[in-house]
Design a protein around this ligand. Structure first.
Ligand code: NDP
Length: 612
């Protein structure tokens, strides 16, 4: 068996499947059995290529040189090569093009902007019969930037163009969810024989056994937290808790109210106000449209709540029936998860989430099989992610404020309750103001919609994020002016870091030359994207998490130091973000390789400066 011509680590030119375009790639490994090389492109795509599709840089440059001199002397009547569809082919506008083509090009431009992948295609020309002048112009342009070389079209090549021999592997894990399929990549994909359905093999959360326990443990843990938070002795030593009666857990009227709330929010989300934006490209290259009107919905909800209070509707009812509300939400979560799982049976392979298709029923039920379940234009996941839960959070906080005044016979809410309400309201308003950014987050781009997200969105967020306000109703805590000023400052600092870091990264990813971020120092990476290494992103590697945690502390401190329970949110947030950070760093190390190592050296701390 002949030895491998190229070694791991060699930088060579590799052909993109189904095309005649060559890109600079790095050899990762060689499989002597299949005689295929695993190579990685600059955008992180890994492929297996045959030796005949790989050329050394030196030979390629020589060929390019020869071809340049030939192409300069081409006569207009010279036969042209046909256009090959390449993943990184630059799209050009022509007045004679059809609207569809313009749309496609615009989509590609946008996609390119979003992904910031800077692959430079180096086309290998083939002798053929096309005589299209526009193509000639385009090709000449391409020649200027890339250069073409002439090559005999062999039998093997035509075989390759049908894609029969290539094995296109997607990056295994999309991690933070911002990595998306490029349309062009999908085009190449469609030319290969890659199966449309990708099976989930890397199981998270302890696999089948882990999620089985989580499905039961999560609802019970939240119930225990609520029972503890509501009773006079909120000490953890009160365990084991007395089992609640069925009557204290279920109320049909409350269930009806929760259904009405969901319906009301669904109607608001469908109002034709606010802009329609496109989400990140899907596996098939298409994008879904989303109505961004959360901020208006929040305003309308505030008006509706104001009218209800004016009409003397007693919102402290929510406090009195808090457990009923929770169990009602839990029932809805369960029914919705079952519905989502059943309907996913009819979803096509490309509509499935990469992480929820393991074929293990319990695991897929928990992780969510379908990526974007929709009923016509109503996107169930996008709706549930923020609307009922985050609005519910604010409404419950407000109900707790009224309940505090009622239970403690206060004319005005306590400063502690006011601070908790205002701080958290600010966070929610900020979330709705930047609602569009949700479309680039892991939950929307990567995660399927199953029990995990429905429980998180409809039960966990509204019932545990409100635990400080719930606690304060029966555990008053006096705050001195010094403490009030300190807490306001702390929340302000946390918010500043959180917002600035997120906005900076968003602006930078959208356009690195944006004047608001162009002054920042960066580290280039092999993918063409850069990493910010100064300012907040040079302070710690996840300044946005740090800001979030500082805010979380400012939300818990108003409850004083008598019990640990009001610090539940803070403990949860730190655990979540430390875990999320580890997961994200793993992805970034894979994506950016040595550039990420350089970033870690330059910015040694992950979240907490000097500590972690
Ligand atoms: P990030 O917004 O921090 O995204 C991480 C990604 O940012 C990386 O994968 C990388 O992606 C990019 N990146 C990392 N370092 C750099 C750098 N130096 N320069 C440029 N880009 C970089 O993560 P999340 O989506 O997890 O969090 C978003 C916000 O949501 C955070 O503020 C977080 O606190 C908050 N959050 C709050 C939760 C809560 O329950 N309260 C839960 C989850 C999140 P790439 O290079 O591919 O762009």
């Amino acid at each position: 068996m002949p030895p491998a011509r190229f070694q791991s680590g060699d930088t060579v030119m590799g052909r993109w499947p189904g095309s005649n375009l060559y890109y600079e790639v790095k050899v990762l490994s060689y499989d002597s059995k299949t005689r295929l090389y695993t190579v990685i492109y600059k955008d992180g795509t890994e492929l297996e290529l045959k030796e005949s599709d790989i050329t050394s840089l030196a030979i390629f440059k020589q060929s390019v040189g020869r071809s340049r001199s030939r192409s300069r002397s081409r006569s207009p009547g010279r036969p042209r090569r046909s256009r090959s569809r390449s993943p990184a082919r630059t799209s050009r506008r022509s007045s004679s093009r059809t609207t569809d083509l313009r749309k496609e090009n615009a989509g590609r431009e946008k996609l390119k902007e979003m992904l910031e992948v800077r692959l430079t295609p180096l086309p290998m020309t083939l002798e053929n019969n096309s005589n299209n002048k526009h193509e000639e112009k385009e090709e000449n342009n391409t020649d200027n930037t890339a250069s073409a070389i002439t090559e005999q079209k062999t039998e093997t090549e035509s075989e390759n163009q049908t894609g029969g021999r290539y094995n296109l592997r997607r990056r295994k894990d999309m991690g933070d969810g911002k990595a998306v399929e490029k349309k062009a990549e999908t085009e190449a994909l469609s030319q290969t024989k890659t199966p449309a359905v990708i099976k989930t093999t890397d199981l998270e959360f302890g696999g089948r056994v882990g999620v089985f326990f989580l499905i039961f443990l999560l609802p019970v843990a939240v119930l225990a937290l609520l029972i503890l938070c509501g009773q006079k002795d909120a000490s953890l030593q009160s365990f084991p808790l007395e089992l609640p009666t069925l009557q204290s857990l279920w109320d049909c009227q409350v269930f009806g109210i929760v259904l009405l709330w969901l319906l009301f929010q669904a109607v608001l989300s469908l109002l034709p106000v606010g802009k329609l934006v496109e989400g990140m490209p899907l596996k098939n290259g298409k994008t879904l449209k989303y109505r961004i009107n959360g901020f208006y919905a929040l305003l309308l909800t505030a008006v509706a709540v104001g009218v209800a209070v004016y009409q003397e509707v007693d919102l402290s009812y929510i406090h009195a029936h808090f457990l009923h509300f929770y169990t009602s939400a839990l029932l809805i979560v369960t029914l919705l998860s079952v519905y989502l799982f059943v309907r996913s049976r009819w979803a096509s392979g490309e509509e499935l989430a990469p992480g929820g298709n393991s074929s293990y029923i319990i695991y897929d039920f928990f992780m969510g099989r379908e990526l974007n379940p929709r009923i016509k234009n109503f996107d169930i996941k996008f709706f549930c992610e923020m609307r009922p839960g985050l609005m519910g959070w604010v409404l419950i906080n407000f109900a707790m404020l009224l309940a505090e005044m009622k239970h403690q016979n206060l004319e005005n809410p306590s400063p502690a309750m006011l601070l908790v309400n205002i701080f958290q309201l600010l966070w929610v308003v900020d979330g709705f103001w930047h609602e569009e950014k949700l479309l680039t987050m892991m939950d929307i781009v990567y995660d399927g919609f199953g029990f995990m997200l429905t429980f998180g969105d409809l039960a966990f967020v509204p019932f545990t994020f409100t635990c400080q306000a719930y606690y304060l109703v029966s555990h008053p805590n006096e705050l001195s002016v010094f403490w009030i000023v300190t807490l306001i400052t702390m929340n302000g600092v946390g918010y500043y870091i959180f917002r600035k870091a997120n906005s900076q990264k968003f602006a930078f990813r959208k356009n690195p030359s944006d004047p608001t971020v162009s002054h920042l120092k960066t580290i280039p990476t092999a993918t063409g994207k850069s990493l910010i290494v100064s300012g907040l992103w040079g302070f710690v590697r996840h300044p946005n998490y740090l800001g979030d945690i500082i805010m979380g502390l400012a939300w818990s401190l108003p409850c004083g130091f008598n019990h640990l329970i009001p610090y539940f949110y803070l403990i949860y947030l730190i655990t979540l973000l430390v875990h999320r950070n580890a997961r994200d760093e793993r992805q970034c190390r894979k994506k950016y390789g040595s550039a990420w190592e350089d970033y870690c050296k330059a910015v040694p701390y992950r979240i907490f400066p000097g500590i972690y």
